[in-house]
Design a binder for this molecule. Structure first.
Ligand code: FAD
Ligand code: NAD
Length: 457
């Protein structure tokens, strides 16, 4: 175990997602003891996760262990695979719990922090709709993608079982996606490709019966994209035989069907074999408890309120970033990653302040003191976080993608096969490591040459 140097302040980092990993990559461990607490011991590149639900990409190609990320730091970083279950702002300690399957004699502990960086993300939104947790599949983590892949193949094999009635075959082969945000759209697109590229040749008698339906409560899909790209996506889905039910709100999920409210307000039921639930984010219990602890300064239920320097309002030593926060920015990887990088710079400046403050006191001449004070003023001037939007991308199937990209003061929208080439290169260059890049490129080649694997793991 790495030694905690008592002369240095300790930063405890919660989470190993986009926000915390970007912070970890950039933090200078010369100045701080750094401890990471996360229930998963790896970073996951979420933008390509929908591709794992049908085997276009292997999940292992998208993950990178936290220890791999921190191994080149000048001082060792402690990593605990555990969940933070409580934050005590009075004693500046957190409780950590090992919630994994294998537990030792001890599975609960406390850690002290000088600074706490909260990057725990968000959890899946269900709006408390009955049956979602029990029957729906989410798409956020590695195990979600694995579960979807396995359940999809199970539905198809069960439909092929002898003696199945035509109605039961139709139900089992009906794949319903709830939520027309980018997660739902990208999943439907990947499923479509799998159906056309692979399932149609492996299951010729069933493939024609496989149906994909996307259910969205609002007027259209992808509300965050420009109007022309929304129309382009909807018409592409139509060509791909993906049924879209907009203005349709899911009210209840049952074992074999969902109850929806149709645009005219009347109820209806839609039978399904596989249900993928992608209706966005909600706050994790840990964050809800922290908000409740700080009622005067934390007033938004959507997430943690931070100032322009990502400091948690109502505290001095806690910083929060990414999906766990409620800011003017969308809950995206882009925002989280930029915040992580920014916060590491802020910590560097805080360390420099402390260093220079000591040096000012030790200066032997007036000139030296003046020079140090000037430097100190400079590092004390910490600029607020500023987000730079690089554009929004979304895969829509059949080797087509859409992109809204900032250009000058405006925006350029593009969609199609060329945009897909751009989508691919953007994600390849953003992948965490060259190892990830090599693995994803290999997966893409493998898929092209050999097709996707249809085994149910
Ligand atoms: P996360 O990345 O979710 O990380 C949270 C971390 O905290 C995880 O390591 C988790 O294990 C850990 N954690 C949870 N609870 C605790 C606890 N109690 N204690 C300690 N640690 C805890 N955004 C884009 O910009 N572009 C995209 O193309 C894109 N595609 C996406 C595709 C999918 C399928 C999904 C689900 C999301 C996508 N996003 C995309 C959104 C993006 O993934 C999130 O905005 C981003 O992950 C947020 O980063 P984060 O670090 O705040 O949270
Ligand atoms: P989202 O919040 O973007 O979309 C959820 C959708 O579900 C909404 O359109 C909502 O109207 C709909 N919905 C909610 N309740 C419903 C109900 N009961 N019945 C039917 N529809 C219902 O969620 P997401 O797609 O998971 O995205 C989450 C975040 O991650 C967003 O910020 C998104 O931009 C980001 N993300 C980005 C990408 C990308 O850039 N390619 C991919 C995935 C996710």
């Amino acid at each position: 175990q790495a030694e905690i140097d008592p002369s240095k302040k300790t930063i405890v980092v919660l989470g190993s997602g986009w926000a915390s990993t970007s912070f970890l990559k950039a933090i200078d461990t010369d100045h701080y003891n750094v401890v990471v607490v996360s229930p998963r011991n790896y970073f996951l590149f979420t933008p390509l996760l929908p591709s794992c639900t049908v085997g276009t990409i292997d999940v292992r190609s998208l993950i990178e262990p936290v220890r791999f990320i921190t191994r080149h730091k000048s001082r060792e970083v402690r990593v605990y695979e555990a969940e933070c279950t409580d934050i005590d702002t009075d004693t500046k300690t957190i409780t950590i719990t090992d919630n994994s399957d294998v537990k030792g004699e001890n599975s609960v502990s406390t850690l002290a922090y000088d600074y706490l960086v909260i990057g725990v993300g968000a959890q899946n939104q269900t709006f408390g709709i009955k049956g979602v947790e029990q029957y729906g599949c989410f798409l956020k983590e590695v195990w979600d993608a694995q579960k979807i892949r396995s359940k999809l193949m199970d539905c198809i094999e069960t439909a092929a079982f002898p003696g199945q009635s035509p109605e039961e075959i139709d139900r089992l082969l009906h794949m319903v996606v709830v939520g027309g945000g980018p997660t739902g759209v990208e999943y439907a697109a990947e499923l479509h490709d799998f159906l056309v590229d692979d399932l149609s040749s492996w299951y010729p008698e069933l493939a024609g019966k496989i149906k994909i339906t996307l259910v969205e409560a609002l007027l259209n899909l992808l509300p965050a994209f420009s109007k022309q790209l929304i129309e382009y996506t909807e018409s592409t889905f139509k060509e791909q035989n993906i049924t879209i039910h907009t203005k349709t709100m899911v009210k209840e999920v049952r074992e074999k069907d969902i109850v929806v409210q149709k645009p005219d307000g009347t109820p209806d039921t839609i039978p399904y074999g596989l249900l993928v639930w992608a209706t966005g984010n909600t706050t994790r219990p840990l964050i809800k408890n922290l908000i409740a602890r700080l009622p005067e300064t934390q007033t938004i239920r959507r997430g943690l309120e931070v100032d322009d320097w990502l400091r948690l309002k109502g505290t001095e030593e806690i910083f929060a970033l990414g999906d766990a926060t409620a800011t003017k920015y969308a809950p995206t990887a882009q925002v989280a990653a930029q915040q992580g990088k920014y916060l590491a710079r802020l910590f560097h400046q805080l360390a420099m302040q402390e260093l220079l403050q000591n040096e000012v006191g030790l200066a032997s001449t007036d000139a030296e003191k003046v020079a140090k004070e000037r430097k100190l003023r400079k590092v004390k001037d910490i600029k607020p976080f500023k987000y730079s939007h690089q554009g929004s991308l979304c895969y829509i199937g059949s080797d087509k993608a859409i992109a809204d990209l900032p250009f000058g003061q405006g925006n350029v929208s593009s969609g199609g096969v060329a945009t897909y080439a751009f989508w691919r290169s953007a994600y390849i260059s953003n992948l965490f490591s060259s190892r990830n890049r090599a693995l994803v490129i290999t997966d893409w080649l493998k898929k092209t040459v050999l097709g996707r694997d249809i085994s149910r793991e």
